[in-house]
Design a protein around this ligand. Structure first.
Ligand code: ACM
Length: 762
């Protein structure tokens, strides 16, 4: 069927076709390489037939994918099968389709919708585009006539999921895979072993899961804490997930982390380690010291694990970790040192290089390729075919590409989705700082310094979802969405096609799709922040209120009468000057009037202006490291969250007008101190304390300023995790800062501040 050119608005079409405007009118993410809009439309039936040739298994799989995706959002109804003659959606494996890897075409006219591709993955991508057209608004009854020709910029479009620190159920992983496929991502890098657990069933080494899959958290069995945490994926579950992913054009690349991050394996089989002792499976996040041994027996064991892994995962790439292997144990072990001498190696880094090189040769001999974190470059013994995953900025990628290795760009912090999405008080747990949607969108995977010969080594781009602070699937989804949409466009669309303003116009439809699919999408990029100069308001009784949202997407609207903001509420045009008390509620709305976030609110009166969440209290000078953590018993909820610096539990109240304040109340929380800081442990600040469990000290102005209060902390064994600490304050006037220091011993719990309330006198 020839494509009929736009006739009615021919001139306009010609002008607009190559420009952002046409594609922008279709809310497709990632943006296709080429969209030609034609005149006319395809009208959906009550149940539109989906057709594929009887012997075309790839076409049928793509059609099923489309049907399932539509069903999950209660979208237009479609039915697989031969159907009657007449208008239908057709999937065709077509050797005449464009030759680029994963390419597809989508043609729509009044009679039919046709998706064609040479490869099965192309058909899936075509189905994903059609899904987006069929869900471009709440009720879709037709499709615009068009021709789309599309192919990805990068071959590796990945997401890494850490199922060790916290596990996800197979169904939860399936849901993630489905969303990846709809975003045209094609690699799920699955982090399956680490210090805190071993998550893949290995039949010849059952202790790996019987022992290595379980950890006993501090306080196990008490205070709502399970007696142990863990589990593993059976080989049957893994095969089913691999097949589910494959039917959606996604390869699962498994990772077994070596030679470091080996504590769970050594807990299962102490002979795999070098000390001869059996550690517990770790409960500490961070860098633990346990390394694999380098003797022949250990390699025999690892090769057996790789054999089972290769049988489970058809992926060409096998990820062997390589990151953060501090070498203390190898340095201290005479047998390891002797082995180094025997091999003629002069450093432990060289030994790691030899270790990784050996794994690479084993994988190579079995027709697979090694990929590892960028530390695998350190030993200068990387096998020629090895691929480097660059996580410590882009230096690793540059070095790798210059030495002829392929690279995948996954740099921290930008593409570390365990970093929080917003600075809002109600943000979930995660690492700080904020890695905003817009920053992800702006990420350019190809380092500018690479020349043409090296650029071809950049296979693609990946975001990593580490789960230390993401205990539930709701946390994982909150971290992943909507940033996945930005990643998808970075990974798929050409650099020239990337345009934030245009992306922003396509985003509301994508948010609606996530919500219809039941995805727990974060709204921190759109939610309205309600800010005021507290001290000015306290001094004058009038607040100048500024509304903003992080992404700049949507129209901000507000109410002052306590009612929920709606699409016809007052638009925010300029700062609001309000007499106290006031109650501001606000939200951001898309052009079609749909709310982009949950409404946020702020009450403005003397009491609330003197009340600050702990997250609004910056660290004391000296260390800017900070996490947002949730006490473990709240893992099925997402709040409360405490912003803490695990190196130094010291925070400062920003200067606040304290006239008339006579007392202070601090909501304190006892958190687990479960951080393996390796060589950075010496940076943890230890302070003298006068009572058995330490105190909360409150100092005036600076941390070495006058001590205003020293409030003993209660006995952890006989007090709830959250407790108030109150004290009278001497009269202070003007804008003053306060410094809060926990002096608790550093081998005990960590303390956080939930909220500080300054209490005015009568
Ligand atoms: C890593 O974040 N340790 C790869």
């Amino acid at each position: 069927m020839p494509h009929r050119p736009c006739s009615l608005l021919a001139v306009l079409c010609l002008v607009l076709l190559p420009l952002a405007g046409v594609a922008a009118s279709l809310p497709l993410i990632p943006r296709p390489a080429r969209v030609d809009l034609h005149e006319g439309r395809f009208v959906l039936a009550r149940v539109t037939p989906l057709r594929s040739a009887g012997d075309d298994a790839a076409a049928r799989a793509a059609a099923q994918f489309l049907r399932d995706a539509l069903e999950a959002v209660d979208g237009p109804r479609v039915q697989l099968g031969p159907g009657r003659a007449g208008p239908a959606i057709e999937f065709v494996s077509d050797p005449a389709a464009p030759a680029a890897a994963e390419a597809y075409t989508l043609d729509i006219d009044a009679q039919r919708v046709r998706i064609a591709a040479r490869e099965p993955a192309g058909l899936v991508h075509g189905a994903a585009t059609l899904f987006q057209l069929l869900t471009r608004s709440a009720q879709v009854t037709d499709l615009p006539a068009l021709h789309i020709e599309d192919a990805p910029r990068f071959a590796w479009r990945g997401l890494m999921l850490d199922s060790v620190r916290h596990m996800q159920s197979p169904d939860e992983i399936r849901a993630l895979i489905d969303q990846m496929a709809l975003a045209k991502l094609n690699v799920l890098h699955w982090h399956l072993s680490d210090d805190q657990g071993w998550r893949v069933e290995i039949k010849r080494h059952p202790e790996l899961t019987r022992i290595g899959a379980w950890r006993t958290p501090p306080g196990a069995g008490r205070d709502g804490e399970p007696s142990r945490y863990g589990g593993w994926y059976t080989q049957e579950q893994i095969r089913a997930l691999v097949a589910h992913a494959a039917a959606r054009g996604i390869t699962i690349v498994p990772e077994i982390d070596m030679p470091g991050h080996a504590q769970a394996a050594v807990a299962a089989y102490p002979e795999l380690g070098v000390t001869g002792t059996r550690p517990a499976v770790s409960v500490d996040w961070g860098v633990n010291p346990w390394l694999f041994n380098v003797d022949e027996a250990t390699f025999g064991f690892i090769e057996g694990v790789l054999d089972e892994l290769m049988a489970l995962f058809p992926s060409r790439y096998i990820h062997v970790g390589g990151d953060e292997a501090i070498k203390d144990q190898w340095q201290a072990a005479p047998a390891v040192q002797a082995r180094m001498r025997e091999l003629g190696l002069t450093s432990e880094n060289a030994l790691q290089g030899w270790f990784i090189g050996r794994l690479g040769r084993y994988l190579d001999a079995h027709g697979r390729k090694l990929i590892g974190w960028d530390e695998i470059l350190e030993g200068d013994n990387l096998p020629a075919g090895a691929t480097v995953m660059s996580w410590r900025g882009s230096d690793g990628a540059i070095k790798a590409a210059l030495t002829g290795h392929d690279v995948v760009m996954a740099p921290a912090p930008t593409l570390y989705f365990d970093h929080v999405q917003s600075a809002l008080d109600d943000e979930y747990s995660g690492r700080l700082g904020v890695e905003a949607l817009r920053g992800i969108y702006a990420f350019e995977p190809v380092p500018g310094v690479l020349g043409a010969a090296q650029v071809r080594h950049v296979l693609g781009v990946q975001a990593n979802v580490w789960t230390e602070h993401l205990p539930s699937h709701a946390h994982v989804e909150h971290a992943v969405f909507p940033r996945l949409a930005a990643l998808a466009e970075v990974a798929w669309s050409s650099a020239a096609a990337r345009d934030w303003a245009d992306f922003a116009t396509r985003l509301p439809a994508q948010l609606a799709r996530y919500r219809r699919a039941g995805v727990h999408v974060a709204d921190g990029a759109f939610a309205v922040a309600i800010d005021t100069d507290r001290n000015l308001a306290l001094a004058t009784g009038r607040a100048t209120v500024r509304l903003s949202n992080q992404s700049g997407v949507g129209t901000l609207r507000y109410t002052l009468d306590g009612s929920e903001p709606r699409a016809d509420s007052l638009p925010y045009l300029a700062p609001l000057v309000l007499s106290l008390p006031a109650h501001v509620r606000a939200n951001a709305f898309a052009a079609d009037g749909v709310a982009l976030a949950a409404p946020r609110e702020r009450r403005l009166d003397r009491q609330s202006l003197l009340s600050l969440p702990g997250s609004a209290l910056p660290n004391c000078p000296g260390s800017d490291f900070r996490l947002r953590v949730q006490p473990t018993p709240d893992a099925t909820s997402t709040q409360p969250v405490y912003a803490v610096n695990v190196f130094d539990t010291c925070q400062q109240l920003p200067p606040t007008r304290l006239d008339g304040v006579t007392a202070i109340r601090v909501e304190a929380a006892r958190l687990e101190r479960k951080y393996a800081l390796a060589h950075e442990q010496r940076l943890v600040v230890s302070r003298a304390h006068a009572t058995p469990f330490g105190e909360l000290e409150i100092h005036a102005d600076r941390c070495d300023g006058t001590l205003l209060a020293s409030l003993p902390l209660p006995d952890p064994a006989h007090s709830p995790r959250r407790f108030p600490l109150t004290s009278a304050l001497p009269a202070l006037s003007g804008e003053r800062s306060l410094c809060f220091i926990y002096t608790a011993p550093i081998d005990g719990p960590l303390y956080g501040i939930g909220r500080v309330d300054l209490v005015p006198g009568p």
